[in-house]
Design a protein around this ligand. Structure first.
Ligand code: PGA
Length: 259
């Protein structure tokens, strides 16, 4: 695992955007795995700025988002489809047919989840997957005790996750209880992944994911099995790491390794 500790949250978002841009520079028709959540929003802001400045062209990529709420119409402003349209797809000029999210309004969500996993495979797999991390260690909506061998499926969200997501919904709306999410095995099969975490409230779970035991109780710890996993952190999110000095020696300022 690469652990990159950047100067602050803005630098961590830039670093994450840099890694994605390098992947697209290397392969303009890359298959990108995307994530939602408050932490990712500054990354998409950086990407939009680069597109507007003409230094980034995402028009050739195919995307697969990690997850989508079950039961929300795609037109609901808090559906992840609508969120991604707003945050990236419109700016990138990507045709809907190449921007994949599970359809949370599908009549048969179980079949939809299976079809989504098959679509990832048919696209040749994901070159680079972006990830956030929940306070309970979830990646995608793989809540604690999700099988480390899981694939895209319907998951019930924990009360903690629903409370965390309630901030995105109106006072008279309930945060959804179910989601379709890529599984942990699906994430482990991506060719590379980057988990971005910022702020002091992520410090404990980041330490558990990177330095704790491999455990379904902390789904992000499964990334210890991923051959190309990078954690991009700000100092606050890195505060609980015992080997912090080591990571900073290997990657000064969150940059590339000195060899
Ligand atoms: P957040 O969500 O970025 O809004 O904290 C991350 C996640 O739940 O994966």
């Amino acid at each position: 695992m690469r652990v990159l500790i950047c100067e602050d949250g803005a630098a961590a978002a830039q670093r994450t955007a840099d890694i994605l841009c390098a992947s697209v520079a290397n392969r303009p028709d890359a298959v990108l795995g995307l994530a939602t959540g408050g932490t990712m929003e500054p990354v998409y802001a950086v990407l939009r700025n680069r597109i507007a400045a003409g230094s980034l062209d995402l028009s050739g990529v195919t995307t697969f988002n990690l997850d989508e709420y079950v039961g929300l119409a795609v037109t609901h402003p808090q559906s992840y489809r609508a969120t991604m349209q707003r945050l990236l797809f419109d700016a990138a000029g990507l045709p809907p047919a190449r921007c994949h999210l599970p359809d949370g309004s599908a009549a048969d969500p179980v079949a939809e989840a299976r079809a989504y996993e098959a679509a990832i495979e048919a696209a040749g797999g994901i070159d680079l997957q972006l990830l956030g991390i929940g306070h309970n260690g979830h990646i995608g909506f793989n809540e604690p005790t999700s099988s480390l061998g899981s694939r895209t499926r319907v998951k019930t969200l924990t009360g903690e996750t629903r409370r965390a997501n309630a901030r995105f919904f109106g006072p008279d709306e309930e945060a959804p209880q179910f989601a379709i999410t890529m599984g942990i095995k699906t994430v482990l099969e991506t060719r590379a992944c980057v988990l971005l975490a910022t702020g002091p409230r992520k410090a404990a779970v980041v330490a558990a994911a990177i330095e704790g035991p491999l455990a379904a109780a902390c789904p992000a710890s499964a990334l210890q099995l991923h051959p190309q996993a990078t954690f991009v952190l700000d100092p606050a999110a890195a505060a609980g790491l015992k080997l912090r000095d080591y990571y900073e020696t290997v990657h000064p300022g969150g940059g590339e390794a000195r060899l």
